[in-house]
Ligand binder design. Structure first.
Ligand SMILES: [Zn+2]
Ligand SMILES: [Zn+2]
Length: 411
């Protein structure tokens, strides 16, 4: 058997469950040269089967760059209405002219069952301005929700007015998700009308501003992250740091380092290299891992115990599949995506605003007591090296004054 024949055979075999197909195709493609990007593009150029196109495009979505091949593949998928849905996975890498062609193809007959629905849904998330001109003709609630990102002031005003009339939280959340200066003003204007202070903190942070300092709720710019070989990027994933590390309060298993960002290689200014940790056990004894990174590089753990891991005990790579790196690319939507996130789609992020599954207030720094800006999130689901060992998403917050990171999970 060869990769050329194995991949289609697996994708089309109705006896194999979906997740197993996904993982077997990842295993085959990830071993090929250039992380399988060229082979994946070749499959998309040749296949006549919508399932093959979908699985292969999902794989390509995990691979950074390869812009030229992804564009070529998307141009070919556009020619076939049975395959075009798979181009949705490639949207972040496609040139403006091709994205506009997809939008005008869709605008010719914008029905909910359009073969282009997935593609336009994806364009609305990554580049909402390209879909906004046809917003009035779109029925899909999800696409309209994506278009909140950077929406005009009139829409913020209309949603706020409707919230005053009908008191539906969803309308207020929608205002926050517009994330313009005008939308933030609107959220400030309702501060005294909300009974629960935490509700307002959630909304103002969602709109992009911390509730106490008024500073940005995230570091900018926003980047997409891709799990790559250890050598591919200076931002390290997996393994551990020397010295004492946070351990589980119940079973005392050491946490794993999920990510260390190399400050000198980031597009935002940070005063040291932030590290984030997560539990390798399933005790759920504490809701966060909170650590201070001291000048000598050693950690001080807050709220829970820390210990030096026994070097002779083999700690399996349970959270991150091996020692890897996170490769960053600028996110096409710098305002922030407006839809609630679904976990398990390998959508990692550094900078920007958190893409919550359920919006919540940001944590407070245990030293300076200020609300912390978001810095990074890691998604569960597949990587080219195996699946992540946690559920939902991990969210990392960073106080650059105190060098303290808070990592928390949402499912
Ligand atoms: Zn434990
Ligand atoms: Zn602080």
């Amino acid at each position: 058997m060869t990769p050329e024949r194995d991949v289609p055979a697996i994708a089309m075999d109705s006896s194999i469950p979906d997740e197993e197909k996904r993982d077997r195709i990842i295993e085959i493609l990830s071993r090929l040269p250039e992380s399988g990007a060229l082979a994946a593009v070749q499959h998309l150029m040749e296949t006549k089967d919508g399932r093959v196109a979908e699985y292969v495009a999902r794989y390509l979505q995990m691979i950074p760059d390869a812009r030229e091949g992804k564009t070529r593949a998307a141009e070919r998928l556009r020619q076939d209405e049975d395959l075009v849905h798979a181009a949705a996975r490639l949207v972040p890498w496609l040139p403006a002219s091709l994205l506009d062609q997809f939008v005008s193809d869709y605008a010719a007959d914008p029905q909910p069952g359009s073969p282009l629905s997935d593609v336009v849904f994806s364009i609305a998330a990554y580049e909402p301005d390209r879909v906004r001109p046809i917003a009035d003709r779109i029925d899909s609630k999800l696409i309209r929700r994506s278009l909140l990102s950077g929406a005009p002031d009139e829409l913020a005003d209309a949603l706020l007015a409707r919230w005053h009339d009908e008191d539906d939280w969803d309308d207020l959340e929608a205002v926050a998700r517009i994330r313009t200066g005008h939308a933030r003003e609107a959220i400030h204007s309702v501060r005294d009308e909300l009974e629960d202070r935490l509700d307002w903190e959630t909304l103002i942070a969602l709109a992009g501003q911390l509730p106490d300092s008024g500073n940005s709720a995230g570091y900018h710019p926003s980047c997409m992250g891709f799990v790559t070989d250890a050598e591919a990027s200076p931002h390290i994933m997996g393994g551990s740091l020397p010295g004492p590390t946070p351990i589980c309060l119940d079973c005392r298993e050491p946490t794993e380092r999920v990510l260390t960002l190399a400050a000198g290689h980031l597009p935002m200014e940070l005063s040291c290299d932030p590290s984030f940790f997560w539990y390798s056990c399933d005790c759920y004894a504490l809701e966060t891992v909170t650590v201070k990174i001291n000048q000598d590089g050693h950690l001080t753990t807050f709220y829970g115990p820390q210990d030096t891991p026994n070097p002779s005990a083999h700690h399996a790579e349970r959270v991150i599949p091996g020692t890897r790196s996170l490769t960053l690319e600028r996110h096409p939507n710098q305002t922030g995506e407006s839809l609630r996130a679904y976990a398990g789609w390998s959508r990692h992020q550094v900078g920007g605003l958190p893409s919550w599954i359920t919006p919540e207030p940001h944590p407070y720094c245990p030293e300076c007591r200020k609300a912390m800006p978001f810095l990074a999130s890691l998604d569960s689901g597949p990587t080219p090296f195996g699946v992540m060992g946690f559920a939902g998403k991990l969210f990392g917050f960073w106080c650059d004054d105190c060098h303290i990171s808070v990592t928390q999970q949402q499912e």
